[in-house]
Unconditional design. Structure first.
Length: 301
């Protein structure tokens, strides 16, 4: 009986944390101050310096510092899964702003209504997923898709990216080393190209962007799969913008399935569908929960 009690205590600590994931305030998943740090700013375009070749436009919800850093680490490394929903809501906001900004002015004449927003999470290394017991980006992406659907935006998650070779741990590597480490490391699974080509907007999602190497490699893999699918003629003529950009995203179920939709309290709120309806098909961009503070300050044309 004592062992069962201990097991239940450990499990409840994962799902119902004893303290705020950001500052440690007792008996709350996320206190008002830390929630404001995560959700209080309008998501903005961010640019790593140096910016890796092929990086799509990336939008982030918050600065990776202080409480936001603590929340992301608690979710990723300590398995504080109750933080998935607020992190998903933050990511959903970055997706909404990013897709709207990237898709608004492309092409001539009135663009067609977007069929769907497809969130493609950047996968963790298999060994990291085994060690943590979950894939943080996929969880947050699923939560973000649920938030978007609850706000009237058609969104789903497609976990179509896989690592096709072992890569070194990125910790301690500089931007050049990270690019070299990841080049050619990702691929789209069989059948994934057809799904990507048929989507309205593809958004690469992750919890964090630092050097941008992971997102640039994910974008390369997506573009290659789409180009191959186009060449095969599976969907005939397809509008795909090669210079487009990509966004990031994850929640409870860890498969390729899509979590049922539903509005969330404290989420991104009602979003008129027309705000994301004017997005040209074939948009590729990226979205993340957080980015380093200096990435927000760089505003290059």
């Amino acid at each position: 009986m004592e062992s069962v009690r201990r097991w239940w205590h450990d499990l409840s600590g994962l799902v119902l944390p004893a303290e705020c994931g950001g500052c440690g305030t007792a008996r709350t998943v996320l206190c008002p101050e830390c929630r404001a740090a995560l959700h209080g700013s309008t998501p903005r375009r961010v640019r790593p310096d140096p910016e890796p070749p092929g990086l799509p436009a990336v939008h982030a919800a918050a600065r990776y510092a202080d409480e936001v850093r603590a929340v992301l680490l608690a979710h990723k490394e300590r398995g504080a899964l109750a933080l998935t929903r607020p992190l998903g809501a933050a990511l959903a906001g970055a997706v909404r702003v990013g897709v709207g900004e990237v898709g608004e002015g492309e092409g001539e004449g009135p663009p067609p209504r977007v069929q769907a927003v497809l969130l493609v999470p950047v996968p963790s290394a298999p060994r990291a997923t085994r060690s943590r017991g979950h894939d943080p980006a996929r969880r947050i992406a699923l939560a973000a898709a649920s938030e978007l659907r609850g706000a009237g935006v058609p969104a789903r998650v497609a976990a179509v990216l896989r690592q096709r070779r072992v890569v070194a741990d990125q910790a301690g590597l500089n931007s050049r080393q990270r690019l070299d480490n990841l080049v050619g490391a990702l691929a789209v699974v069989a059948g994934g190209g057809r799904l990507l080509l048929g989507a309205g907007a593809v958004v690469l999602v992750d919890d964090l962007v630092t050097t941008g190497a992971s997102l640039a490699e994910a974008a390369r893999a997506v573009r290659a799969a789409v180009a191959e699918e186009r060449a095969a003629g599976a969907f005939g003529r397809a509008r795909w913008e090669e210079g487009a950009t990509a966004v990031y995203a994850g929640a409870a179920r860890e498969g390729r399935g899509v979590r049922p939709s539903g509005a969330r309290k404290g989420g991104i709120g009602p979003v008129p569908v027309r705000q994301m309806g004017a997005v040209r098909a074939g948009v590729l961009c990226a979205a993340v929960v957080a980015a380093p503070p200096d990435a927000f300050e760089i505003n290059r044309n």
